[in-house]
Design a protein around this ligand. Structure first.
Ligand SMILES: [Zn+2]
Length: 298
């Protein structure tokens, strides 16, 4: 447990868990991937005599809410989450459903990386400055792009940035980071560059006071991938199929996708760059010979 100021803490791990203390109240920010990850955090806070009364879930990805159901039951926590993300948290089968583009999910992908135990949300929230449950004065910042309605939490000068950006090492390790929309991701990052905080904790990566160079690095990574996708479409004769561009991108970036879950996560991310290029009019999507294909917009 690392204390960041009078009220803010972080448990740095593969998936960071935040904690904010206000008198008799204490709010966890995200819950880790499973019971064992959140159990350690609860134990440490217990030993320090710090209360846990609330849990804020930034977005409905299993690595951030997998431990939530256990924590809520054990401590009778009030769970707070963004609208839309809350719908997925309460019906967590939706994540493997959308990963498989709407089909009922194969048993193989109903694992803890894509589907945590569902958790009932007590309070749904939108972005803006507000007092959560009358106890926590926060600025909730909409950072869509990584997930549909992810909210980062600004409190007492600290930004809990969720997965709006990754640590420098982490983003290089991912090669093609998980996103659902490249233009939303980039707009969220540009917006965060304008915000003033004394430090920031991403979902994956270290707490940093000078976090803006890390955000800048994230922007460069996304722009490079966008450029790569565009080049691939430009170099294709008569267009490229969705299946081929996904495969070529994974090959080019040396992605290890030997399991269906990993393959689907990367397919979604690559598709996010493609759909953004379609929306900006740089490439067009066509159906040709029963295949979904892309070509440059000339
Ligand atoms: Zn995530």
């Amino acid at each position: 447990m690392k204390q960041l100021n009078d009220s803010c803490y972080v448990f740095e791990s593969a998936v960071n868990i935040g904690y904010v203390h206000k008198g008799n109240y204490g709010m966890l920010i995200d819950a880790g991937i499973d019971q064992s990850s959140i159990r350690k955090v609860i134990r440490e806070l217990d030993e320090a005599n710090l209360p846990i009364t609330h849990l804020f879930i930034t977005h409905a990805h299993a690595d951030h809410y997998g431990g939530a159901n256990y924590a809520k039951k054990k401590l009778d926590l009030k769970v707070i989450a963004p609208t839309l993300e809350a719908a997925i948290l309460e019906n967590s089968i939706l994540e493997p459903i959308y990963m498989l583009q709407g089909n009922f999910p194969l048993t193989e992908i109903r694992n803890k990386f894509l589907e945590g135990p569902p958790v009932q949300v007590d309070i749904t929230v939108e972005s803006g400055i507000q007092k959560l449950d009358n106890h926590f004065e926060v600025e909730l910042i909409a950072t869509p792009g990584h997930s549909y309605h992810q909210l980062a939490v600004g409190i007492d000068g600290i930004l809990y940035a969720a997965d709006s950006y990754f640590g420098k090492e982490e983003i290089l390790k991912h090669k093609i980071p998980f996103i659902t929309s490249a233009d939303q991701t980039l707009a969220s990052l540009e917006m965060l560059l304008e915000k003033e905080f004394s430090g920031s904790v991403p979902g994956h990566g270290p707490y940093e006071e000078n976090f803006k160079s890390t955000i800048q690095k994230n922007i460069e990574v996304h722009q490079d991938i966008l450029e790569e996708v565009k080049t691939m479409v430009a170099c294709s004769q008569g267009g490229i199929t969705h299946e081929n561009i996904v495969a070529e991108m994974m090959e080019k970036y040396h992605i290890k996708a030997d399991q269906l879950s990993l393959f689907l996560l990367h397919r979604t991310a690559i598709t996010a760059y493609i759909t953004s290029l379609i929306e900006t009019g740089e490439i067009v999507s066509i159906i040709k010979n029963y295949r979904w294909m892309y070509q440059l917009n000339e």
